[in-house]
Design a protein around this ligand. Structure first.
Ligand code: ATP
Length: 369
């Protein structure tokens, strides 16, 4: 089946008034399947909004092509593309009722009144606002406004829904609730969602696939697990979750394994092919990959450290520590169900262990100097 969205070689440069040129999109190619929830993730200025605007037709491309449902749309104006956008500020009409806001695109298209009223009624039900149709926008909470914006976009039956940081104005609890609602709405409608955020936790929670952008380029795309467990670059490792990165180099390499020596002299054998002797690498361990005490039956890295800070965050303790040779360590530790005693205290000594199976190698060419 052809993808619902196929972008090839999209490039966009902006020219600023002082004569400089900014490459907002640099040869971006991306396929999105029908039904997929894809998130564009990256730091401010990496090109997320420009890519979304290129898909919707609000921004033209310098080169490259965009197809939606197998048809070229690169030169189609925004209103002729089968996509709809939900904006961060919702862009609702405050003087109109909720029902009128939701009906807007159908009204403009001269849809028969009876059909409009049926479809609006159904949308109000779906977004949990049945009975609210006659209220004005300024009589709604932030979450309710967000639902109206979604209903207004979905009623036009777009092939792709584009969402530009739609949850960033909401407080944390409501945001979590809306994340779940968005996911179930997407499943219910069975259309592709392309979602922009710079919040990595939100991206991990919601997406079938995450596209990490930096400086207008796709750094990596994959499932949340792929990006979290197997980042290809240090940039992706750092951007998608908390990380411990240990510098080292390969001292022995075979077809299946590499023996890596890290800065403090410890060696660990990693199951990874394709690494040459002598190359510089970084070993990634996520904070929850660390445990306390050394399991003598297992191979891995161990560090004696002093706890600098310790935060109790409900189920877990988050620990910032410094090893005896000066490495900064981040660990997330869960006390056992039997003993709920605190795990150490600031300035106390602790011994961490990282099983070699939890270590992920990032090769030298992908390591940012
Ligand atoms: P944010 O998370 O801050 O919204 P973003 O990832 O969405 O950032 P874009 O808005 O796509 O980033 O911008 C990408 C780059 O293009 C930035 O360097 C930005 O300054 C530049 N840019 C965007 N729009 C214009 C414009 N109209 N004129 C000049 N430069 C622009």
């Amino acid at each position: 089946m052809s993808p619902i969205l196929n972008i090839t070689g999209a490039t966009k440069r902006f020219h600023t008034p002082d004569g400089k040129s900014v490459t907002a999109l640099d040869d971006v190619s991306l396929r999105v399947e029908q039904n997929e929830f894809v998130t564009l993730l990256g730091p401010s200025g990496c090109g997320k909004t420009t890519l979304l605007r290129a898909i919707s037709g609000f921004e033209g491309l310098e080169s490259g092509a965009i197809e939606i449902a197998g048809s070229p749309v690169t030169h189609l104006p925004a209103h002729k593309r089968p996509v709809n956008t939900v904006f961060q500020n919702y862009a609702l009409f405050p003087h109109m009722t909720i029902a009128k806001n939701i009906a807007y695109s159908l009204d403009v298209a001269d849809t028969p009144k009876k059909e409009i009223s049926e479809r609006v009624g159904k949308m109000l039900d779906i977004v949990g606002l049945a009975g609210f149709g006659d209220r004005k926008i300024n009589q709604l909470s932030g979450g309710q406004r967000q639902r109206v914006a979604l209903a207004r976009s979905l009623i036009a039956q777009p092939k792709i829904l584009l969402l530009d940081e739609p949850l960033s104005a909401l407080d944390k609890n409501l945001r979590h609730k809306m994340q779940q609602e968005l996911k179930s709405l997407q499943a219910e409608f069975g259309i592709a969602f392309v979602f922009v955020t710079h919040d990595q936790e939100e991206a991990l929670t919601m997406s079938d696939r995450i596209v990490v952008l930096s400086d207008g380029k796709i750094q990596q795309h994959g499932t949340p697990e792929d990006l979290y467990r197997r980042p290809k670059t240090e940039f992706v490792a750092r951007f998608v979750g908390e990380s411990n990165l240990f510098e080292g180099h390969v001292v022995e390499a075979s077809s299946q394994n590499a023996l890596v020596q890290i800065g403090n002299g410890q060696k660990v054998s990693i199951n990874k092919s394709g690494l040459r002797e002598g190359v510089k690498v970084k070993l990634l361990a996520r904070p929850e990959d660390l445990s306390v005490g050394h399991n003598a039956d297992r191979e891995g890295l161990k560090f004696k450290a002093k706890i600098d800070q310790l935060f109790f965050v409900g189920a877990d303790y988050q620990i910032l520590a410094t090893t005896h040779d000066g490495l900064a360590i981040k660990a997330t530790l869960r006390p056992s169900a039997q003993s709920r005693d605190p795990i150490g205290s600031p300035r106390s000594e602790i011994e961490f262990f990282i099983d070699k199976e939890a270590l992920h190698v990032i090769a030298a060419e992908a390591v940012h100097e």
